[in-house]
Design a protein around this ligand. Structure first.
Ligand code: ASP
Length: 461
């Protein structure tokens, strides 16, 4: 993130990701110690049969909880404006992309195929490996008590099967404002956030039909998006303490069992990301770019390493452009365009991860998803992959949105935050490599003399 790098440049303390890592390690170790010492986790003023030590531990847990919640709420509060502005603006940009003709359409086509394959791999793996099922029933109930007030109602509501035809009709909101109101806590009548996303897409399409008349509104949308990003920046500043407190509360309650469950979650996510990276991308570059996967991966390795180190597609963009030019020898007009659009619009690793997290947390919380709800998760994860900012943790608010839409309590995201940072590094590698794979494929299929004048990329920030 820009704030992060400027702070580092001025030598103000440790980099943010190191602070987050320290916060997490301290939170987990302290939580496990508290668990072993027998924290009652009923909070200060709880009815436990306390001695002095238990009182003390419970008071710490009591105060750790709100710090974690404040961190989460900073993200929740900007979910609706962020999703709406990001998606509407993405469509406006795509409107411009279409003006760029075949180059833009091919980029879109590859993006749609690779995002869909990513989400299907992720969702399929969670279905097969069932990482969330390793948690015992007693521990699950503790989690429900912790994260979901009225959880059972929500879960029962989620279990109510809705025919696919109704799900499809509900994609179009009757009253978008009503859907926005209920989008974050999952209390809307229709499809909640998914309906808001569809509304944003339709607004975006409408804007592209009246570009001159809607200039001011587009300016508003850009402002709204920037505000949401700034608030997420505040949340990330709080992340070392917020995420630390969340994992502390969790480890204090569940002890080592949560680590075992998280281990299987990490294995599932990494397996999915590896399949997308090494199998799907290899096939795509072999078939469309006529390149050996070995050559491709060795040529793009610099960008992969920068993506891993920064957890940010946007921060890796300059390196990706350099690699495309110097190593892959792609025409800059093609590669710069594809990479610029892809840094936010094509996030396959993120889309895969979103599907995995939501289904994993549904398993952990004991929410059985119906076929139409799984369809919702797939669709929303693909759309969320388009609307995610290419910054560290950019997908977290959107994951909450997808969770809520299928009845999984949003606060349960705290369960995976402890391991999110390392998985963020890995999914960003998949995101950036996907952009480079698409650039190589599009360049191969695009005759250089057919390139459209004026398709220069937006300046790299
Ligand atoms: N860090 C990711 C990226 O920049 C986004 C995310 O998945 O949070 O590509």
């Amino acid at each position: 993130m820009t704030n992060e790098s400027s702070a580092e440049a001025q030598g103000r303390g440790l980099p943010l990701h190191t602070k987050i890592l320290i916060g997490l390690i301290v939170g987990i170790v302290a939580g496990l110690v508290a668990n072993m010492l027998g924290a009652t986790t009923k909070g200060a003023g709880g009815d436990a049969n306390n001695n002095g030590l238990h009182d003390w531990l419970d008071t710490i847990i009591y105060w750790a909880e709100p710090v974690g919640k404040i961190f989460l709420r900073l993200m929740f509060m900007v979910v609706v404006p962020m999703v709406f502005s990001a998606l509407a603006l993405a469509v406006v940009e795509i409107g411009d992309v279409r003006k760029l003709g075949r180059l833009g359409l091919k980029t879109l086509g590859f993006t749609a195929i690779l995002s869909s394959s990513a989400v299907l791999i992720g969702v399929g793996l969670v279905g097969i490996m069932r990482p969330g099922h390793s948690l015992g029933e007693g521990q699950r109930q503790k989690l429900l008590d912790q994260y979901a007030s009225g959880a059972n109602d929500k879960i029962n509501k989620a279990k109510e099967a809705k025919p696919v035809k109704d799900t499809l009709v509900d994609l179009l909101p009757e009253n978008p404002l009503q859907e926005m109101v209920g989008a974050v806590d999952g209390s809307s009548k229709g499809n909640g956030m998914l309906a808001v996303m569809v509304f944003a897409l339709i607004c975006g399409i409408a804007i592209t039909t009246k570009p001159e008349e809607t200039k001011t509104f587009v300016g508003w949308l850009e402002g709204l998006y920037e505000i949401a990003m700034a608030v997420i920046g505040f949340a990330m500043k709080l992340a070392p303490y917020g995420a630390g407190c969340l994992v502390f509360t969790l480890a204090a309650q569940l002890g080592f069992e949560i680590l075992k469950t998280l281990f299987w979650f990490v294995v599932t996510a990494l397996l999915g990301l590896s399949l997308q990276l090494f199998v799907v991308y290899s096939i795509v570059v072999m078939v469309f770019a006529r390149m050996s996967p070995w050559t491709f991966f060795s040529q793009v390795s610099e960008a992969m390493l920068v993506a891993f180190g920064t957890s940010s597609s946007s921060a890796t963009l300059p390196t990706a452009m350099k690699v495309a030019h110097d190593e892959l020898k792609l025409p800059p007009r093609v590669s710069n365009f594809v990479l610029t659009v892809g840094a936010t619009g094509n996030q396959n690793g993120t889309a895969l991860y979103e599907g995995v997290v939501v289904l994993f947390l549904a398993q952990v919380m004991g929410v059985e998803l119906t076929a139409s709800q799984q369809f919702t998760v797939v669709l929303m994860s693909i759309l969320a992959g388009v609307g995610t900012a290419g910054v560290p943790g950019g997908s977290l608010p959107l994951i909450v949105v997808v969770m809520q839409s299928v009845g999984v309590p949003g606060a349960a995201i705290g369960i995976v935050l402890g391991v999110d940072r390392i998985l963020d590094m890995c999914r960003t590698v998949v995101n950036v490599t996907g952009d480079l794979a698409i650039a190589a494929c599009v360049a191969k299929t695009e005759p250089v003399d057919m390139l459209i004048a004026g398709s220069e990329p937006a300046p790299v920030t």
